[in-house]
Design a protein around this ligand. Structure first.
Ligand code: ATP
Ligand code: MG
Length: 309
């Protein structure tokens, strides 16, 4: 058993461009577009690669957009495997208005998977050599069968694979309902929505996290708190990890960089607390980069060293 596999159920082809000013009705001439691979698990695999590790990114892909996504992953040297599907891979648009320096992120719904494609995707995960970690990250496509996540996570658990899940909304609710995953990484708003409580302070947060662990919803919970860092809770841990202060350029990619660094440290044999600290360091490193860029390795390592005191 070795290595990391990431699964992205709603990958996207991200297009970034700039416009002088955003106004209705007239033609808006944009700058030359730049393309990048997108979607939670794909970004986690990219950040693992940036941090010097290896991961296989598994995802469904359709149409020319799906092919383009694969070419972009090839170009950045990320190991990947696409399951061909009928619908076209979605595109997402990051549009920066130069006059205001405001960024508009237009996100399309993910390509839907037919029943047969869902079965094929489950079979593709089963057919892989058993990974040590399976990272499931990003939104779930519309129309995913209600038993898809239970079957995916159940089969992984039966093979002894540790699952790390970063998803929000319905996906997070489903995963809590199934219970037993190795680690969940919600941010505080996602956790509030999932437990149906407005989490107002650290005492309440710690109480809720401990209840979830005691109820067997997951073995560990890493709740990210933006500039405040993160809270790690498991049967053995209860630790607040402060984020280093960094100059903020863009918050995009913080969560994915965090999950990538956490998983990479775990696979190298580090203990959960050390891995979570490296996750916080990489999350903060992603804040230092502009636009949609993920963390840089030298920033993540420098911040991690600083956090170790
Ligand atoms: N302003 C900030 N300054 C320093 N570090 C930050 C800041 N914002 C986020 N981080 C770092 O990134 C980590 C993850 O951030 P956050 O809690 O915003 O995750 P998220 O909401 O899942 O992000 P995403 O929008 O990428 O999904 C934090 O734990 C922290 O280490
Ligand atoms: Mg997130």
């Amino acid at each position: 058993m070795s290595g990391i596999v990431t699964l992205t159920l709603s990958p996207s082809l991200d297009v970034a461009t700039e416009v002088a000013r955003l106004y209705p009705d007239d033609k808006l001439r944009c700058q030359r577009p730049r393309y990048a691979p997108g979607g939670g698990g794909i970004n986690v695999a990219r950040a693992i690669h940036i941090l010097g590790g290896r991961a296989l990114a598994l995802y469904p892909a359709g149409g020319s957009t799906g092919e383009h996504l694969g070419q972009l992953l090839d170009a950045c040297g990320v190991n990947h495997q696409a399951l061909p599907i009928q619908e076209w891979t979605r595109e997402s648009l990051n549009l920066t208005e130069l006059a205001s320096a405001q960024q508009y992120r237009l996100i399309m719904p993910g390509a839907r998977l037919s029943e047969v494609e869902q079965e094929q995707l489950l079979a593709a995960v089963q057919a892989l050599p058993t990974p040590e970690y399976l990272v499931v990250s990003g939104s779930l496509p519309e129309g995913l069968a209600s038993d898809f996540m239970p079957r995916l996570l159940g089969a992984a658990k039966a093979r002894g694979v540790r699952c790390i899940v970063d998803c929000s909304g319905d996906g997070l609710l489903q995963v809590l309902d199934i219970g037993g995953v190795f680690l969940l990484k919600p941010n505080i708003d996602e956790l509030s929505a999932a437990v149906g409580e407005d989490i107002l302070d650290s005492t309440q947060l710690l109480g809720i996290a401990r209840e979830l662990i005691a109820a067997g919803k997951c073995q560990a919970l890493l709740v990210s708190l933006g500039p405040q860092g993160a809270l790690l809770v498991s049967a053995e841990h209860s630790a607040t990890i402060a984020a280093p202060t960094v100059r903020k350029r863009s918050t995009v990619g913080a969560g994915d960089s965090m999950v990538a660094a956490l998983t990479l440290k775990l696979v190298s044999g580090a203990d959960l607390l050390e891995a979570a600290r490296y996750g916080v360091a990489a999350g903060s490193a992603a804040i230092m980069t502009a636009g949609t860029e993920l963390c840089r390795r030298e920033d993540a390592e420098r911040l991690f060293a600083w956090m170790q005191g």
